[in-house]
Write a protein that binds this ligand. Structure first.
Ligand code: FES
Ligand code: FES
Length: 158
């Protein structure tokens, strides 16, 4: 049965009248047309579907949309402000930290959540924080470098 779920999406109050058991990933992509969030494994294993919920990186394939009622959801489409890339997006571009790009939105959202919690992570902390996001193109080294650069630019977190 459908319900109206209200939440904040990329900085705006929003609502969807929808089956609350649908996954957040499905709703973002198919109801809101936000296809930046990717369907990889659908099983919580790859991280391609990562979004921020109340600043925490969460796998949107593992969450029902009903669970985000009243929460603040940010997707890759909501990171840039006033046409200016977020420091993590900018650093990924500068370091060419991608190949096919399929894992990239999830990587960027996970890295953003990591830097919000720990603005000056060590290399090991970056590797540990990113290791459960999978990149089949093996861009991991450049991804770690990008997160280091973003950390310097964010200095203290934004
Ligand atoms: Fe959600 Fe892989 S699609 S973790
Ligand atoms: Fe292709 Fe990571 S850039 S999966």
């Amino acid at each position: 049965m459908e319900e109206t779920i209200k939440f904040q999406l990329n900085g705006k109050k929003t609502e969807a009248t929808i089956d609350p058991t649908q996954t957040l990933l499905w709703v973002l992509r198919n109801h809101f047309g936000l296809t930046g969030t990717k369907f990889g494994c659908g099983m919580g294993s790859c991280g391609a579907c990562t979004v921020l919920i109340d600043n925490e990186p969460v796998r949107s394939c593992q969450l029902s949309v009903g669970d985000v009622a009243g929460k603040n959801v940010v997707t890759i489409e909501g990171l840039a402000t006033n046409g200016k890339l977020h420091p993590v997006q900018k650093a990924f571009a500068e370091h060419d930290a991608l190949q096919c790009g399929f894992c990239t939105p999830g990587m960027i959202m996970n890295a953003t959540g990591l830097l919000l919690k720990n603005p000056l992570p060590t290399t090991q902390e970056i590797m540990d924080g990113m290791e459960n996001n999978l990149c089949r193109c093996a861009a991991h080294l450049r991804i770690v470098e990008a997160v280091q650069t973003a950390s310097k630019e964010m200095k203290g977190g934004k």
